[in-house]
Write a protein that binds this ligand. Structure first.
Ligand SMILES: Nc1ncnc2c1ncn2[C@@H]1O[C@H](COP(=O)(O)OP(=O)(O)O)[C@@H](O)[C@H]1O
Ligand SMILES: [Mg+2]
Length: 234
């Protein structure tokens, strides 16, 4: 598999406060990588650094391009989809308008708007509703669908099941499996690895702004020390 995303010695700051202290991580084309870690370990900041949303330095390459000089919309245009923790939708616009705004203009998407509606029928049922009146779970589906129709080669999703009912979380899981089945690589940020089992090819664990473990889910399960020290469960 060819390397799609390459991150080396990535550091990031909020003002004078350094949050990432040299992150190394690779994602291959079509691969699903779970990025686990406690709250505050720097997972969201890593996503924002890739999307040029925070001050950062270090190596970050995607599909052969250096992301460092690019602005957020240029990163997205290269094929890096991002669904933030706060699931941004345009609240005053309708579901359909939100989807249309996400539609890739220069690249053929693996998911059309109809494909996204097949995955999440609620988006068709509520197509005329303002996004702001949808439930949290419905907004998450809209945010995911909007990213998918943007033709990503890699989708970064930040805690997509957080705060959702078990049923909504299962739908999100099905969406990510559909991504993987269509060859879209996924970087799945989670705290408790709720969706990752059976989905992730590899797990990277973050602690204090670094990757402290990287391996298969099976290898992680054998590392009680990593689970205890960096995931705080078991
Ligand atoms: N906008 C911000 N300004 C200042 N510090 C921040 C900001 N966002 C996050 N941080 C700090 O950066 C660290 C990493 O946070 P974050 O990347 O959100 O972690 P995670 O997503 O793993 O919970 C934390 O110490 C957090 O308090
Ligand atoms: Mg976070």
């Amino acid at each position: 598999m060819s390397t799609l995303l390459e991150v080396g010695n990535l550091r990031a700051w909020y003002g004078a406060s350094q949050v990432l202290h040299g992150v190394d991580l690779c994602v291959s084309a079509g691969e699903v990588v779970a990025l686990a870690g406690r709250n505050g370990s720097g997972r969201s900041t890593l996503a924002k650094a890739l999307m040029s949303m925070v001050d950062a330095d270090g190596l970050r390459r995607f599909a052969g391009a250096d992301l460092a000089p690019l602005r957020t919309f240029e990163v997205a245009r290269l094929g890096l989809g991002y669904v933030a923790e706060q699931r941004d939708v345009f609240p005053m616009l309708s579901v359909d308008e939100n989807l249309s705004l996400g539609l890739a203009k220069r690249r053929a998407p693996r998911f059309t708007i109809d494909d996204a509606r097949a995955l999440f029928p609620i988006l068709l049922e509520r197509r005329g509703a303002r996004a702001g009146v949808l439930s949290g779970g419905e907004q998450q589906m809209l945010a995911l669908a909007r990213a998918l129709v943007g033709a990503p080669d890699l989708l970064i999703v930040d805690e997509p099941a957080e705060g959702l009912s078990a049923q909504m979380a299962a739908r999100v899981g099905a969406c990510l499996r559909a991504c993987a089945a269509r060859g879209i690589a996924v970087l799945l940020i989670e705290q408790r690895l709720a969706l990752a089992p059976g989905l992730a090819d590899r797990v990277a664990v973050m602690g204090h702004g670094r990757v402290v473990f990287e391996g298969t889910p099976q290898a992680l399960a054998r590392r009680e020390d990593v689970v205890r020290d960096w995931l705080g469960v078991g």
